[in-house]
Design a protein around this ligand. Structure first.
Ligand code: PXP
Length: 244
């Protein structure tokens, strides 16, 4: 298999770290530049209702300053649709959102909210934005996504990533079947959530999947890939002052 699998890197947690201090560092747009230089195909950012990490100004800067396509994750609300239409990201991924959750838990119930989601898909599509529904690998949700006219889905890989022992094969089979079903319905198929270096390969091998969106594991690895360098830089800055 030689076809390029797109990597969208979710930079939300660079903003989480910035917001912990209430200042301007680390800057998620600087992170996006590094991500772009390192070979990613897109930048993913979730504008949550409570703006707990990425904020409106971050999104505007990502769109203006970063050449890679921007994938805006958002809840299916009037506020978010207005922001997306104003911003014009290349992609929108519609996700369920509960204020109290730590991260996006479970996929969107497209089958149960088709009347609400159909016009939203229409509005965003008319504005030239590719819309994906973030759903569990459930045949009814995949079929409903096609029925409301969404051009793409993102399969939630969380259950696969959290599975242990025999359940791993079962959860992987759900993703494989879901990707096949999506292709049969003409849906572009993305996947993401919880993927890391230990579990990504079987998902990356699903031929119908054209894009993975990954955040937490990449940033978690970056801490350890970069920590020694940062300590050495500080050590050197201090030693130079002391003439050491
Ligand atoms: N895709 C979607 C729709 C998400 O909501 C998230 C988490 O924000 C991701 C992918 C990335 O998940 P993770 O941070 O676990 O890699």
């Amino acid at each position: 298999m030689t076809e390029h699998l797109r990597l969208g890197v979710n930079i939300d947690h660079v903003a989480t770290l910035r917001n912990a201090r209430g200042g301007i560092a680390p800057d998620p747009i600087r992170a996006a530049r590094v991500v772009a230089e390192a070979g990613a195909d897109g930048i993913t950012a979730h504008l949550r209702e409570d703006r707990r990490h990425i904020n409106d100004a971050d999104l505007a800067r990502l769109k203006a300053e970063i050449a890679l396509p921007l994938n805006m994750e958002m809840a299916a609300t009037v506020e978010m649709v207005a922001i997306a239409l104003d911003l014009g990201p290349a992609h929108v991924c519609v996700v369920p959102e509960r204020r109290e959750e730590l991260t996006t838990e479970g996929g969107l119930d497209v089958a149960g909210s088709m009347d609400h989601l159909r016009p939203l898909v229409g509005q965003l599509t008319d504005a030239g934005i590719q819309v994906a529904m973030f759903i569990d690998p459930d045949p009814a949700q995949i079929a409903a996504s096609a029925e409301i006219g969404a051009p793409a889905i993102e399969l939630h890989t969380g259950e696969y990533c959290n599975a242990t022992d025999d359940a791993v094969a079962h959860q992987l089979a759900r993703l494989v079947d879901g990707a096949e079903q999506a292709q049969g319905l003409g849906l572009e198929c993305h996947a993401g959530h919880g993927l890391d270096l230990d579990n990504v390969e079987p998902v990356a091998a699903i031929p119908q999947v054209v894009e993975l969106n990954i955040g937490h594991a990449i940033l978690a690895d970056a801490v350890f890939d970069g920590l020694a360098l940062s300590v050495r830089a500080m050590r050197a800055a201090m030693d130079v002052v002391r003439g050491l």
